[in-house]
Design a protein around this ligand. Structure first.
Ligand code: NAD
Length: 284
């Protein structure tokens, strides 16, 4: 049974807060009286997020791959926090699009280090604070690509499946305590993720540039970051153990259960229809 939690008014930590879902979460939670500690590698974007917040904010340039710096950040947050720590959002993430056959190992490693080890580093750094309080939530961002495997997304899917496994295991360890662990599975959210991706060539051989792929992604996403932040905030407070974000996330989840080896027959068809529609709209 899910137990309601309150994070409004508590201190929260958000990585990847210079853009997209992280920025929208910072803005929403700040508006709900949370002092926010925001971190990102993108200093400029982080300052823009900071400038958009009215409440207390601690801004920290941080590379989530650096475990020691994550621990130093956790110490700084503990010293600064005007309220008990309510939630830690390990949200920072990047993308790579490549077939396994053409994979550039450094690109995949870069992604695994950020999308998986960054989440582990953040969890390890902040969990002792939550354990001491015997209260609070670790909120780790997986993806719908942590529910299904997708072509050209082997690095991303493997990292997001790993986040899901790590977080599910942690949740079981925390049974009987006041601390919990939540997986977030967003569907397509209209953010900078494709624009910020490492790109070598169109993995589908259609000759698209990164900017064209980003435009196509934007055209087929169903959810805006502000809506994603609302769903995540409400889901955490409702006591959910996993939060599906956007209508497409529910479709991915259902397909993974109903057709565990054939889901891509449906997803691939739906994707090509959506892309065709987006191309037709762009040509008008
Ligand atoms: N946009 C989507 O469709 C979607 C879908 C599922 C999951 N997600 C996940 O949501 C999370 C947020 O992504 P987004 O869509 O808002 O993308 P985004 O690119 O808009 O934001 C990601 C942020 O993470 C930061 N970041 C990257 N590497 C970092 C590092 N090493 N240390 C600290 N910060 C770093 C970036 O600078 C950026 O500000 C990611 O984990 C992503 O994988 C996104």
């Amino acid at each position: 049974m899910s137990k309601r939690r309150t994070i409004s008014g508590r201190t929260v930590v958000i990585t990847g807060a210079a853009s997209g879902i992280g920025r929208a979460l910072a803005q929403r939670l700040s508006a709900h009286s949370c002092p926010v500690a925001i971190a990102d590698v993108d200093e400029l974007g982080l300052k823009e997020t900071e400038a958009s917040l009215a409440g207390p904010v601690l801004t920290r340039v941080l590379d989530v791959r650096d475990a020691a710096d994550q621990r130093a950040f956790a110490d700084e947050v503990a010293d600064w926090a005007p309220q008990p720590l309510g939630a830690v959002f390990n949200n920072a993430g990047v993308a790579v699009a490549s077939n396994v056959l053409d994979a550039v190992p450094e690109d995949d490693q870069w992604l695994w280090d950020i999308n998986f080890h960054g989440v582990v580093n953040g969890t390890r750094a902040f969990l002792p604070i939550l354990a001491k309080q015997d209260e609070g939530v670790i909120v780790n961002t997986s993806s719908v690509f942590g529910l299904v495997g997708m072509p050209s997304q082997s690095a991303y899917c493997s990292a997001k499946f790993a986040v899901r496994g790590f977080t599910d295991a942690l949740r079981q360890e925390l049974r009987g305590t006041g601390v919990s662990a939540v997986n977030v599975h967003p569907g397509g959210i209209n953010t900078n993720i494709v624009r910020n991706a490492r790109f070598r060539k169109d993995p589908e051989g259609r000759g698209r540039s990164q900017s064209q792929m980003a435009d196509e992604f934007a055209a087929i996403t169903l959810t805006q970051p502000v809506k994603a932040a609302e769903i995540i905030h409400r889901g955490v407070e409702a006591g959910k153990a996993r939060i599906l974000v956007g209508p497409d996330a529910y479709v991915f989840d259902a397909l993974a259960r109903i057709a565990p080896t054939h889901y891509y027959d449906v997803i691939g068809f739906a994707q090509s229809r959506l892309r065709g529609r987006a191309r037709a709209q762009a040509a008008r």
